[in-house]
Design a protein around this ligand. Sequence first.
Ligand code: GDP
Length: 178
Amino acid sequence: DLGYMTSEKAYRIVLAGDAAVGKSSFLLRLCKNEFKLNSSATLGVDFQMKTLIVDGEPVLLQLWDTAGQERFRSIAKSYFRRADGVLLLYDVTCEKSFLNVRDWVDMIEQDVSREDIPIMLVGNKCDLRPEAGNCVPTSYGEKLAMTYNTLFCETSAKDGSNILEAVLHLARQVTKYA
Ligand code: GDP
């Protein structure tokens, strides 16, 4: 990504959410257009660069994965302190990951006021909805997003649906706020 080589300002986007909700897969789909069914490990790097065209202008994003550090909250917190925006993921097939969204928002708010940092709430793995029995209904995600005054969408890192759209919407907010 040539944008990375320039001194252009990069906006820092942090991916948050429980382990296994699909953060690494989300980044892999966004940046490499790939998907791995058993992506056990991380991408092996702290962040990925991605240039998007937002309203006709190139916007350089530095996307940080908190991979493997979900349990080391003090480390995760230091990511939020310097973030321009957050992609907060849960897994629509895992109710616990949805219930934990509140903890993640609380943690983000300990360091930054929510008005200063746009958040996109993302219900990932929506491709599994037809086959998985007990999924978090879309309306629950919408309601939670309204409570927190955040953006919301459902995505699939597997089939790619809404991945780019989610990041574009967030990038639009982030550039507006910055
Ligand atoms: P992370 O721990 O949040 O980074 O989660 P991973 O990206 O490692 O994903 C955990 C598991 O869920 C992996 O086996 C992925 O292949 C799978 N996964 C991630 N996103 C999706 C998705 O959108 N659909 C489906 N069906 N599986 C997914």
